[in-house]
Write a protein that binds this ligand. Structure first.
Ligand SMILES: [Mg+2]
Length: 256
């Protein structure tokens, strides 16, 4: 993994910025800092302003694990093309059947996890997120959640930052959502930025020259090609992307 913001790698960022590129971002931990309470998941003011500026010169989408309505709430007024929710399920595969399947998991999990303090089950209709950030015995909580989840049958278990995500097996993931959005918006290439295990579905697409993958924070074992060192540097990444496209447009005008 290489730092995309280091001088030597700016050229690859420029190549993508000059192409017919879709910019796609995860939300929590990527555009917004991770917070103790997910109800306070605002972006920094600077990030919000830069994202708005970016959305005027590039097609931009957000692909989040949050429910679509929830992530839309945080992005209101920014002007991005689209927000995809539930790790890629919403809106295009959000069926009643999928919701009913997820609903059958709830009593099982409530029964198995009720005794664990600080563990909460977030029902997002098409997937569940079981948070253990507020547990005092995180290892024990995590083990119990995984054990209970393994009894559910057709479930895909995806870890995360003090959260276990449960998604219906065979549901579209973030990688599929990205491909679909790129096609829908008629883009040739894409840049994706994410920070967590569910973003590995995009990082693993491995399409050199067509997809540029950037992880927030370097991590051994991640399939992403590049990283930015910390979440706060997302502002710098957005600034560089804005600057590069403006430069490209100027050159085009001069060349005409
Ligand atoms: Mg994230």
């Amino acid at each position: 993994m290489r730092n995309i913001l280091s001088h030597a790698n700016l050229e690859i960022l420029e190549q993508f910025a000059w192409s017919n590129v879709l910019l796609a971002f995860d939300y929590d931990g990527t555009l917004a800092p991770i917070v103790e309470n997910p109800e306070h998941a605002d972006m920094r003011k600077t990030t919000r302003r830069l994202l708005g500026e970016l959305a005027r010169i590039y097609p931009c989408v957000v692909i989040s694990g949050r429910a679509q309505a929830d992530v839309n709430r945080w992005l209101q007024g920014v002007g991005i093309e689209d927000a995809i929710g539930n790790h890629g399920v919403e809106p295009w595969k959000a069926t009643t059947r999928m919701r009913d399947d997820v609903r059958t998991w709830l009593p099982v999990l409530h029964g198995a996890l009720a005794h664990l303090k600080g563990v909460t089950i977030e029902d997002k209709d098409f997937s569940l997120a079981i948070h253990y950030r507020h547990s005092r015995e995180k290892k024990k909580a995590r083990r119990a959640i995984l054990e209970a989840a393994s009894r559910l049958g057709d479930v895909r278990i995806i870890g995360g930052k003090q959260v276990i995500n449960l998604v219906p097996k065979g549901a579209p993931h973030k990688g599929m959502a990205l491909e679909r959005e790129r096609e829908r918006l008629g883009c040739d290439t894409a840049i994706y930025v994410g920070d967590d295990e569910t973003d590995e579905d995009v990082f693993a697409l491995d399409e050199p020259g067509r997809l540029l993958t950037i992880r927030v924070g370097a991590k051994r074992g991640s399939a992403a090609s590049y990283y930015i060192p910390r979440q706060a540097e997302v502002d710098e990444l957005l600034r560089v992307l804005i600057g590069t496209r403006r430069k490209a447009e100027q050159r085009r005008r001069v060349g005409r």
